[in-house]
Structures are given as C-alpha cells and as structure tokens.
Design a protein around this ligand. Sequence first.
Ligand SMILES: [Ca+2]
Length: 530
Amino acid sequence: MLRRIGIPLPSPRLARMVFPVTLLIAVAANVAHAAAEPAPPNVVILLADDLGWADVGYHDGEIKTPGIDRLAREGLRLERFYSAPICSPTRAALLTGRDPLKLGLAYDQLHPWYNAGLSPDAYTLADAFQAAGYQTGLVGKWHLGHSQAHQLPNAHGFDHFHGHLHTNIDYWKHEREGAHDLQENGKSISLPGEYLTHIQQREAIRFIRERDPKRPFLLYVPFTAPHSPMQAPEQAINRYAHLSAKGYRRTYAAMVDEMDRAITAILETLDREGLAENTLVLFFSDNGGFRAFGGRNTPLRGEKGQTFEGGIRVPAVLRWPGQLPAGKSVNAQTNVMDVFPTLAAAASIPLDESAIMDGHNMWPVFHAGEAPDKPPALFFASEIPVPGLIHLAVIDLPWKLVQIVHQGQTDTRVRNFLFRILEDPNEEKDLAAEHPEVVEKLAGLIHRWRSQHPMAGTRGTLVPHPGWVAPLDWADAVVPSTLLQPRWKNELPFSKELLDATTDRGVLVDEATRRELEENEKKRAENWTD
Ligand SMILES: [Ca+2]
C-alpha cells in the first residue's frame, strides 16, 4: 500500500523514466556497452552532522581529516553545495529530492515530543534503489519520525537499519531523554559503553562485507558526530591538546577525528573488497557548524540554524574513480534536493513515473563537465534555536536575500540583508539599502514560497509539554502500522456545519436548517462505516 512499484533493472522500457537526461545517459550507456553490460555501481552516502565549513583538512582546517581529504583528492569537491540549516529538513530532502517545506518539515528538527515524520507515501532514494534490485542499508541517525512504524527506515526503502531514531543521543549510553535509543530493524539492541561512532563504523563495514555479492548496494551512513552531546574518548581529546581549552573545541575536534577514522575504515573496506572503482561515494554535512559546540565555518558568515552561508553551505565531495575527475572542484550551485535525481541518473536507476522532485539531475555537470543551467531560486528556513526568531533566505543568482524575522506577540519585525553572493561569498557587504527594489522582489519570492505551506500547526517547541514523558525504550514505543486506525480519513467524523450549529458553539440556525444538517450527517455517517 505504501510502496510504489519501481521498474526492475536492466530495463529496456526506459521510455517510462521521468528524467530525460537520465534517459539519454542510460541509452548511451546501453549502446556503448551492448556487448558487456556494466555492473551497476554501489552507492555509499556518508553524512556528517553539524560539521563546519572550516573543519575539514581540505579547507585548511586545524582538525585532521585524512579520510575526508582522501575523498577530496580522489573525487570532485562540490564547493557550492547547500544543505538546509538544520538536521531533519536536510535528511528529508536527501531521501525524497523534495523541498522540505512541501513535506511539512522545513522549520524545525523533529523533537522527541513530536509525532510528525516523513509521510508514509514519500517516494525515497532507498525505495528507488531497492526497486531496482539494490540491497539498501542505513547505519546511524534517522531523525525523520520515531513514533509510528510507517515513519521508520524499514518502511521507507531500507532493507536494513542499525541505529537510532532521535538526535542528540548519548554516545556511551545510547539514550535520549533518558530512554534507550539504539535498534536493529525495529528491535532494541544493547551495546552499553561502546562509543557510538565506533558502533557505526563497525556496522557500516559489516553491511559491506556481508552483502550479497551478486547484487549492488546502497549504504547510507548518517553519522551522529560531531553533533552534541559533546563526548569523545579521552585519547582522542588528548590528540587536540594544542587547541583552545575554551568551550568544546577540543572535544568537537576529537568527535570529527573519530568520524573521519570511521570514514577512512569504510573507504579501506571498499578497497579491500575490490569495490572502490565501482562505488559512488558522497560525503557532505547536513548543516553548518555550531560555534557553541566548537564548530567553525570561517570565512563564511553565520552558523547552524541560520541562513547565512555558514549555516547552509557545507563541505561536500562526490567520488567515482574513472567517472568523475579527481581532485577538482565544481562551483555549480548544488543542493541536497539534487542528490536523489543525480545519484539515480549516475546509476541509471529508473524512477517511479509518478515521482515528483524539486531537485535537479546534476550528473551531466559533474560527469561530463556540461555548463549548468541557471539554478532556480533556492529557499531556506529555520526556527531554531530560538522559537519566534525565523531565519529565511533565497538565493536567486546573482542575489541572495537573508531575512531574520522576529515574530512577537503583537508585532513582527524583519531585518533584510542583501548580498551579491558569488562576488561576496562571506556576506560582508549588505546591499539592502542600496537596492530596495531587489529586496522587495526577493522578499516577495520568499513570501510566495512560504505560502505553499504556512507555519500554523508546525511551530517548534524546544521543551516538551509538562505532562510529556519519554518511554522506557524508543524502539519498543513505536506504534506498529497494524494498530493504527485503518479507516481514519484525516478529518472530523462530523461536519463543521453541524458542529457550528450546536448551542455550545454559539452559531444558531433555524429548525429547518438544523434538520437538513442532521439528515446530511446521517448519510455521511453511513458512508463513513462503509
Ligand atoms: Ca545537523
């Protein structure tokens, strides 16, 4: 019911595919390799959590990242790659290719006291690869819904899930809000005292080694690191004794270091298994670094949660030896919504004919060096870490407008910042006062974008209601789909008109109207039980 049917590979019925460029590449590939069909590539997505722009070695950072640097040396650096400013929207966009605003997931992360999540009928990257015969695995942090089974990875195209549902997990105890949060395919597992990044390294490697060698695989590894809580092994922190002792900088560096060691180990596993040459590896960060926890985005302005570049422009690398140039950079504007259509094109994965995507296939730009089209206007929103303080932005080249909106009880205040973003990537020269007509035009674009999914009902709360309690174990607390009301139609079981006609609501109608409403309601109730 929830799964769309994909088209199996290899498929001669390519005409059904929704992306013409994919079609051309796939047809070309078929012609070129008519004699020997090339093996479909494996795909590994390595996602860092809150990694700063300046916190990778290849951006001259002071933290050692030889694993990520190896990818940068052997792959293509995507130097103008944008994520959302916060965790959940980036993950939703990555997996669906859709604008998180349209998924109801734009402004905030999914807190433990929320019931929201990825829609059950979302068509995901994992759905598409799974339907094409891939083994699909997820090791690490989900953060796209935790309360109902249809929100979880196994319901969204992943054969295998080893990880945690929430963010901000204790790295040693594997708890959120004091409740255990580590599971394998819905079943709680206990690995007390083992550092979370080490668990993720081991499980990612296990997935690769224990794969069915006859089929390709998609492995998504969303690391917990270097997101808070700020915890790292003592010896890792000691490696950064030369850094400032203030704040969390040393611990943050150690967390990045441990994640990078895991990346190195995963890349070496691909080498040892003879897979590196036919595996696409994508690395990026889900948003910018957060200064309070030790992240650095210099020279970019701003940080996680903001829509200045430091919150959204992130380190990103794509490697496929022989198919992509090694050690080069591409400055074409790319964003997380482009990942799904781009990887699908690269691997010639057919997409569901009803798939709707807001991202674009960038494979011809990356692979063949084609000149990119002018990118469509790209929007950002965030209401963290302060509810009522909303950061917004639109990039509509050559301009970028940043809006900081303070929504008070009785008034709304807006600050506008306008930049020529290609000439001024560090956002040092605010041109808002000089170009009010551009501000007005771009503010109108943001307004129209936000109007597609108004905020009412999706406001964030940083703390739970006083009556809220965490379960004993997050894995056990998931409501299975079989227990959900199958006839629920997402509307009231009576009409609004009848409700309004009751005395308590104070909307009075004459007797004839009341009788008519009651008759209508009777018919409606009969249909309801059909
Ligand atoms: Ca994040």
